[in-house]
Design a protein around this ligand. Structure first.
Ligand code: KG4
Ligand code: ZN
Length: 361
């Protein structure tokens, strides 16, 4: 079964052709990073406009790379939400139009369910039940998954998402956007023990996260630093050292490594507690922040020393992509093909705040 997946929930226009749920024939991601970099974050109107321009060429590229035409496709899948409404509308409306005109079924996919399913693209045997840590630019959630496609939320962030925190710290230091990959790289040259930043909500009483205090702690720390001549890093609230100022570089790398370690410690600690609490048999770490080298390495180590296997997708399937959307759609469709064949999908709408619940079918 050939599924065309479409994902436009944030700032990446992504289209994939996936055969039988896991055989990725093509996965094209057209990134808008350069458009949003000047603003240090995603500008919704620009994202929406750029999706509208990119979506058709990206679909054509994905079909061409897979060596198929639209008529070979059996099912159309698209992200219904959550995300930026203008961005979602571009991909979801086009998916509806394609499915309608080609007389194919449409599977509407939840973006986070897509991230969770990304582990199945590379590993078919995930022990059940498992804990899914979803760490992205918009979410930091812990789910208990008793079966494939069933989710109970254990905790989520009360303020900023982990990826958002990486992006905001990078923005403070004018390091560029998105901040996660840049901090990941610079932190490898720093000492993660150099500064002790807070580890918020460390108790067993909650599986919730909170990252805004950590971001403020980094800012407060930066406000106190002076250059060798006694000038503060932030003068009139503006950060002035350029990345190449020699005295600043090692200090900056220590700050970034210490900040990153605080995020990683919190994510790992909560996940380990969730495994203990639920007696889950495995852990999946998904979403853009799952690309982070320190998180990957330390989560794998924690799993190995605590007796649970850890599944983390390859980086290209951690960040937003449409292969995970097609993979999810395959699973959903296989559970009840007649439902999707008869569904009146024209009534479905993109939803900015779509909740993740276990599918009824
Ligand atoms: O899943 P994703 O591509 O989009 C959302 O659904 O939000 O995640 C994007 C987020 C951004 O905040 C980005 O900074 C972060 O993932 N990210 C990373 C790394 N690569 C991407 N964070 C830490 N380390 C990385 N290597
Ligand atoms: Zn995402």
């Amino acid at each position: 079964m050939l599924i065309l997946g479409i994902e436009t929930s944030c700032d990446d226009t992504a289209v994939a052709v996936v055969a039988n749920g896991t055989d990725v024939l093509s996965s094209i991601v057209s990134s808008q990073e350069t458009i949003h970099a000047a603003y240090g974050g995603v500008v919704p109107e620009l994202a929406c406009r750029s999706h509208a321009e990119n979506i058709r060429p990206v679909i054509e590229a994905a079909l061409q790379k897979a060596g198929v035409t639209l008529h070979d496709i059996d099912v159309i899948a698209a992200t219904q939400g959550p995300g930026l409404i203008g961005a979602l509308l571009v991909g979801f409306s086009l998916a509806k139009a394609l499915a309608y005109s080609l007389k194919k079924p449409l599977v509407a996919v939840h973006h986070l369910e897509g991230h969770i399913h990304s582990i199945y693209l590379e590993s078919s045997q995930i022990p059940l039940p498992f804990i899914a840590l979803v760490v992205s630019g918009g979410h930091t959630d812990l789910y208990y998954c008793p079966q494939r496609g069933q989710y109970t939320v254990l905790g989520r962030t009360r303020d900023d998402a982990a990826g958002e925190c990486f992006d905001k710290v990078a923005k403070m230091l004018h390091l560029g956007y998105p901040g996660g990959p840049i901090i990941d790289k610079l932190a490898q040259r720093g000492d993660p023990q150099a500064i002790h930043f807070p580890r918020p909500l460390p108790t067993k009483d909650t599986f919730d996260f909170s990252f805004s205090g950590l971001k403020t702690a980094v800012r407060s720390y930066l406000l106190q630093i002076t250059n060798p001549q006694g000038k503060r890093l932030f003068s009139d609230d503006t950060f002035w050292p350029t990345p190449t100022v020699a005295w600043w570089e090692p200090q900056r790398n220590d700050i970034l490594a210490s900040f990153q370690q605080a995020v990683v410690d919190v994510l790992i600690n909560k996940t380990r507690l969730a495994v203990e609490h639920t007696q889950a048999r495995a852990v999946a770490v998904v979403g853009g922040v799952a690309c982070n080298a320190a998180l990957r390495q330390q989560m794998l180590y924690t799993g190995a020393t605590n007796g649970f296997p850890v599944f983390i997708p390859s980086p290209r399937f951690c960040t937003d992509n449409a292969a995970m959307i097609a993979c999810t759609a395959y699973h959903r469709y296989s559970l009840n093909p007649p439902y999707y064949q008869q569904q009146n999908f024209l009534g479905l709408e993109a939803q900015a705040n779509l909740m993740l619940s276990s599918p009824i079918i």
